[in-house]
Design a protein around this ligand. Structure first.
Ligand code: ZN
Length: 432
């Protein structure tokens, strides 16, 4: 990594609870004062001398918490979607498309908006970074695995076995990217529990998920790109959410951009029944156990610990934006995926189908007016198209661990990883 001198960053971190300000070291996740759980957020200098690239993600570098940028990283593409809008009863629908759709200039390497957060988090790191530990249901791991491979940034990714279907890339992963696969019945929540322990290994560091300002501001570039295309902020912003990190990032970006007196976009967050913890929390129906006989279509939306009550988190941004959480089931989401492909000519991910279906429901219910300027965030798409266009190779796991169950699992996995790392160190030592 190129050298980064302390004090040269163009932004400050601010605690959303007590207002304490921090100079960023590229890794900080939390305020050190004792109070309620609270996000740090970034405050960018108005007279920043940093210039972004002419296009792509790092065009927005002056509003990204990065110490370095990477050349040629694509960004989201924002375009009007008149025909789709007419079909669901909207006059002014715009789509932000994060994925692979070459005719429209969309070229995100792993086909979801997680590429935006991965490159931003890596760009935020200090020189000589620790090994970032990242749990994922699939899309986040794919994005980090490929970005870290391209730029040789050490990462330890922890995923449940079904995530491996997403781990296909144009080339093998770099050895500095270590992929730990939990075989058997392990879930995304189990991967999170393992990563919490693994981050305590010497030389390792928790990436932090929604607490990482790089993630939120990277995902927030969708709002920055939309404001560029629209010449203003949208009235309403619609996105499928697991943790809600992307929607929080979009809200934070809108807050930075808005002109005096301009309203913040109303956030409509969409979840997939029967697994909709944010929907249940927002509707105050408690967290009813999910019906396990009916799996949600969009597995990436199944975060069991979304940052709902944390200061600056989901509840705060819903309240501040006058937003709401919507919920839709698998059949309607599948129909919406088919509708998008029929009209626009590109496949979209299940999560994006959930968002489109929920938006169409909200229009029918009169919750969204026909003349509202609506930005629909299609958070992933073009995966089938990419698989036809490019030769992709499946990634090789660094370690596969049979999942011994929730009680012993995290410790067993941490021990195996530690043993493997010791073995690696010994081999490296012997080779010297
Ligand atoms: Zn604080």
């Amino acid at each position: 990594m190129s050298g980064v001198r302390p004090g040269t960053r163009h932004y400050t971190l601010v605690c959303s609870s007590c207002g304490t300000r921090y100079e960023d070291d590229g890794l900080l996740l939390d305020c050190s004062r004792r109070h309620e759980a609270a996000f740090l957020y970034t405050e960018y200098g108005r007279s920043g001398t940093r210039h972004g690239e002419s296009a792509g993600l790092f065009r927005h570098a002056p509003m990204l918490p990065v110490a370095r940028t990477f050349p040629g990283v694509p960004g989201p593409v924002v375009q009007p979607a008149e025909r789709l809008g007419r079909r669901i009863g909207l006059d002014r629908l715009w789509v932000a498309f994060s994925g692979y759709w070459p005719e429209r200039g969309a070229n995100l390497p792993t086909c979801t908006f997680k590429d935006l957060e991965a490159y931003t988090v890596l760009g935020r790191l200090p020189a000589e970074p620790p090994v970032l530990v990242i749990p994922s249901a699939g899309n986040t791991a794919a994005a980090f695995a490929w970005a870290a491979t391209r730029h040789q940034v050490p990462c330890l990714l922890v995923v449940p076995a079904p995530a491996m279907e997403r781990m296909r890339f144009p080339a093998p992963l770099d050895p500095c990217v270590r992929l730990v696969v939990l075989d058997g019945t392990a879930t995304y929540s189990d991967a999170i529990a393992c990563a919490d322990l693994l981050a305590q290994l010497p030389g390792h560091h928790a990436e932090g998920g929604s607490r990482n300002v790089g993630r939120r501001d990277g995902l927030g570039t969708v709002m920055l790109a939309a404001a560029d295309s629209l010449g203003r902020l949208p009235d309403t912003y619609v996105q499928a959410v697991g943790s809600g990190t992307g929607a929080i990032g979009a809200h934070e970006a809108a807050r930075r951009l808005r002109a005096d007196g301009e309203a913040l976009p109303r956030l409509l967050m969409c979840q997939n029944a029967p697994f909709a913890p944010l929907y249940e929390a927002w509707r105050c129906t408690g967290t009813a156990p999910a019906d396990r006989e009916h799996e949600p279509l969009a597995r990436e939306l199944t975060n069991r610990r979304p940052p709902f009550t944390v200061r600056g988190g989901v509840r705060d941004v819903l309240t501040e934006s006058g937003g709401d959480v919507l919920c839709t089931d698998n059949d309607v989401a599948l129909a919406a995926m088919a509708l998008f492909e029929e009209i626009e000519g590109i496949d979209i991910e299940p999560g994006a189908g959930v968002a489109l279906a929920a938006l169409a429901d909200a229009v029918r219910a009169g919750q969204v007016r026909r003349d509202e300027l609506v930005l629909l965030n299609i958070t992933g798409g073009g995966r089938a198209r990419q698989a036809r266009d490019l030769a992709l190779v499946p990634a090789e796991p660094w370690l596969r661990v049979p999942w011994p169950g929730r009680d012993e699992g995290p410790r067993a996995v941490a021990e195996q990883v530690a043993r493997q790392l010791t073995g690696f160190a010994a081999v490296a030592e012997a080779a010297r």
